[in-house]
Design a protein around this ligand. Structure first.
Ligand SMILES: [Zn+2]
Ligand SMILES: [Zn+2]
Ligand SMILES: [Zn+2]
Length: 507
């Protein structure tokens, strides 16, 4: 088709104008009674549906009533063209051959999924039906256009399905590239019942394993890892999925076992060792060189090797997963000091962070504190975190009381009556724990380490059950912290911190 213009000047005059709706200069899509409209305004106006204030009909309202610019229907606005689909009569945005979005999407799908007879392949009919009942045919159409013209766009994959070039099995989809498009299509096929339902994370795992095996250069290693993945890791993963839906992180844990096994074989090769020759000394040497995560991940593979007599028997060193590293006392005290002397930082964050550092409270509990939990007598301030309430040391008490004087969010009508120490934006709700957590983090306070640190410090000074009662912590948590602490205390770190320390006794 030759263009309908001869010069750039002509193009500008014939095809470009200022849009009557948004005022932008550019190509226009239609000429409506109120003027020329751009593509964006055209499509947006046709999406407006409702009762026409002119005639009372319920339909798209692309027109504008001249007096008040209220949206009105095409008839009331005096449109010269109709926006009814030439096939189904649905009124809305029209595509080629004056067809609505749904009819256009249906036609394109039929083209892609049909066999030689021109009809959708029988076994794919549920897929076509499923896609056509989607609430938004426009997003379906966009999906078909996605990456169009590039290698194996979604439309290309559908066409391959239509030609019967892709087997309707999970295995076929796991080897298919690009994997994101293949995964989406696999999920659609499960949703419409063409493929049996399988946990999404199992599919992701299978897909990952194929890619991983392709990256293993030594064919002997690849063969062994493939066996390990198929006969040991995959069955354990499936068994887990039968109990509970898998999470991304549990699936990654299984992938890590395969990665670690591959690296272990590489390590053996570097040391000129065969798996069969590997002895206790080599296993011990490997463990010395690797961190806790690697040691935990390798266990499955080593047990499998022993069970299958690929190696001789050996003893695996036990992996001790340590508690969260407590914050050193000096650091905790420095941070507290900083909170007290940095007036430029938001008061709310400083108060919340001080509670974390002093009393080992998780943010989810700090947000539940109310004004009634702050008990101010003539000369002491106490915070009710458990029974009895914990005394608040002087400087922190000042901070706390000035915060209560000027709590934010209080002048919003919704939260006027709230008694929360940290009110949120929503009526009657405290601040969201994540929001408060982020504020504390923004001050540079690592909340988990800070909490463990504070708990240890208390335990050092008082018997665990007393601390637990005072802070509302479950006895078990404090007893464990106390055991952990005795380990640290017996080491070189048993130094009492200098400077100010929190106390739960009245001074
Ligand atoms: Zn416009
Ligand atoms: Zn009307
Ligand atoms: Zn239609």
């Amino acid at each position: 088709m030759s263009p309908s213009y001869r010069t750039a000047d002509q193009y500008e005059r014939w095809h470009k104008a200022h849009c009557a709706r948004c005022g932008r200069f550019g190509c226009f899509a239609a000429t409506w009674p109120d003027g020329k409209v751009c593509r964006t305004c055209h499509d947006r106006a046709l999406r407006v549906r409702g009762r026409c204030p002119g005639c009372g009909d319920n339909r798209p309202l692309p027109g504008l009533r001249p007096v008040d610019h209220a949206p009105i229907c095409a008839d009331c606005a005096g449109f010269a063209v109709s926006y009814h689909c030439s096939r189904c009569g649905h009124e809305g945005k029209l595509h080629g051959r004056r067809l609505c979005t749904r009819c256009t999407f249906a036609d394109e799908l039929t083209d892609l999924l049909s066999d030689d007879t021109g009809r959708v392949r029988t076994e794919l009919a549920p897929l076509a039906a499923h896609l056509l009942t989607m609430s938004s045919p426009l997003s379906g159409l966009c999906w078909l256009k996605h990456r169009k013209g590039r290698d194996r766009a979604p439309a290309d994959l559908l066409a391959e399905l239509g030609r019967g070039e892709i087997a309707l099995t999970h295995e076929a989809f796991h080897t298919l590239a690009p994997w994101r498009a293949a995964a989406h299509l696999e999920e659609l096929l499960m949703a419409c019942g063409i493929l049996p339902q399988v946990d999404k994370q199992i599919c992701a795992f299978e897909r990952w394993t194929i890619r991983h095996l392709a990256s293993v250069t030594d064919p002997e290693h690849a063969r062994l890892i493939k066996r390990f993945a198929a006969w040991d890791v995959a069955p354990r993963l499936r068994a887990r999925a039968e109990r509970n839906p898998l999470t991304v992180s549990s699936r990654r844990g299984f992938s890590d076992q395969i990665t670690q096994a591959t690296q272990f074989l590489g390590w053996l090769a570097e040391h000129d060792l065969e798996l069969a020759d590997c002895g206790q000394a080599d296993i011990d040497a490997w463990h010395v060189e690797h961190n806790v995560h690697a040691r935990t991940s390798i266990r499955g593979f080593l047990h499998w090797c022993i069970a299958n007599k690929l190696t001789r028997r050996f003893r695996l060193p036990t992996v001790v997963i340590g508690p969260a590293t407590p914050m050193p006392q000096q650091q905790r005290i420095d941070l507290l000091g900083r909170l007290l002397t940095e007036p430029d930082q938001p008061l709310r964050s400083r108060v919340a962070a001080a509670i974390v550092l002093l009393y080992a409270q998780p943010v989810s509990r700090i947000v539940r504190l109310t004004l009634d939990d702050v008990i101010a007598d003539s000369d002491t301030v106490r915070l009710r975190l458990g029974d009895p309430p914990s005394p608040v040391p002087g400087p922190v008490a000042e901070l706390l009381l000035s915060w209560i004087d000027q709590r934010t969010n209080m002048n919003t009508a919704t939260n006027r009556e709230a008694r929360w120490l940290f009110p949120g934006r929503r009526a009657g709700q405290p601040i969201h724990p994540e929001t408060l957590g982020a504020l504390i983090k923004a001050l540079g306070i690592p909340s988990t380490a800070g909490r463990v640190g504070a708990l240890h410090q208390h335990v050092l000074e008082l018997p665990a059950p007393v601390v637990a009662d005072a802070l509302g912590y479950h006895h078990k948590t404090t007893t464990r912290a106390s055991t952990d602490w005795s380990r640290y205390a017996s080491g070189p770190r048993a130094r009492k911190p200098s400077g100010w320390t929190p106390r739960t006794r009245d001074r």
